[in-house]
Ligand binder design. Structure first.
Ligand code: IPE
Ligand code: IPE
Ligand code: MG
Length: 252
């Protein structure tokens, strides 16, 4: 049975969602901050700042829709190639965001987690992450999973190394390895695969995001830059998702 909710109420633009068919796991590539800033004659860091402000609304809307997992691509293994001033500004913004928002997120029952090799991040960032993850670990609401120093290929290599180590120590038998077991060695071992991937900014690529996990995700692209993204775009993405026929290689 479909439970249709008119998300903006009768007066606003009509976006109807089937509340019985909300994606469990939504992943977002938060892209376009730099171009957003350039368009306004501002430094790229102003774009990153504006990008962080969007999170509050997107997280709130995701919680309201009862999405279970929201994975946010915040810093890739390739983003270290950027000028060191930009990297350092991004790291500072992360600390600022976590310090400023964690109490409110905790109040809203959000559980914060990360994927990616966070050991390579600056100490201050690691400290803030541990604090936020620890404070919110028992929360039962939306899980916000932040991808930091994350790369799909790097994640697979780290998984393979761990499997090799366990095999050498005699803890596992490599012959028994299958897709399900392999998944548990990935950083996302605690998560179901994403149902929906959202990428704003007009690029049509994964940029090394969740390479294994996106095998059967539905993709939603948009030209708007991330700082202009709001809950309406999230609703639009979910509405389009609900019109897709997911077959997983089988027949309808
Ligand atoms: C995304 O915005 C933020 C990060 C990659 C950290 P960009 O900085 O990539 O913005 P564009 O793509 O240059 O506009
Ligand atoms: C992907 O965006 C990474 C994040 C949003 C964190 P990029 O801007 O780094 O991707 P490319 O370089 O356009 O592929
Ligand atoms: Mg970009």
């Amino acid at each position: 049975m479909k439970t249709i909710k008119n998300i903006f109420g009768p007066k606003e633009e009509d976006i109807q969602l089937d509340m019985e068919n909300i994606p469990r796991h939504v992943a977002i590539i938060m892209d376009g901050n730099g171009r957003w800033a350039k368009k306004r004659g501002l430094p790229r860091t102003a774009g990153h700042k504006a990008g962080i402000e969007v999170l509050r609304e997107v997280i709130k809307a995701s919680s309201e829709l009862k999405i279970e997992f929201l994975t946010l691509y915040a810093f890739s293994t390739e983003n270290w190639k950027r000028p060191k001033e930009e990297v350092s500004a991004l790291m500072k913004l992360l600390v600022y965001y976590l310090q400023k928002e964690v109490k409110e997120l905790h109040k809203n029952k959000v559980r914060i987690r990360t994927i990616g090799d966070i050991t390579q991040l600056p100490h201050q960032v690691i400290g803030q992450i541990h604090k936020a993850v620890d404070l919110t670990k028992n929360n039962k609401g939306l899980t916000v999973n932040i991808a930091l120093n994350y790369g799909g290929r790097d994640e697979i290599i780290r998984a393979v190394k761990n499997i090799w180590k366990e095999n050498m120590e005699g803890n596992i038998c490599i012959e028994n390895m299958d897709e399900e077991k392999f998944s548990t060695y990935l950083d996302t071992g605690h998560l179901p695969d994403p149902d929906l991937l959202i990428r704003p900014s007009g690029e049509f690529r994964t940029s090394n995001f969740l390479l294994w996990q996106l095998a059967y995700a539905e993709f939603w692209f948009s030209n708007i830059y991330w700082p202009d993204f709001d809950k309406k775009h999230l609703y639009m993405a979910i509405r389009d998702y609900q019109m897709r026929h997911r077959r997983f290689g089988g027949l309808k």
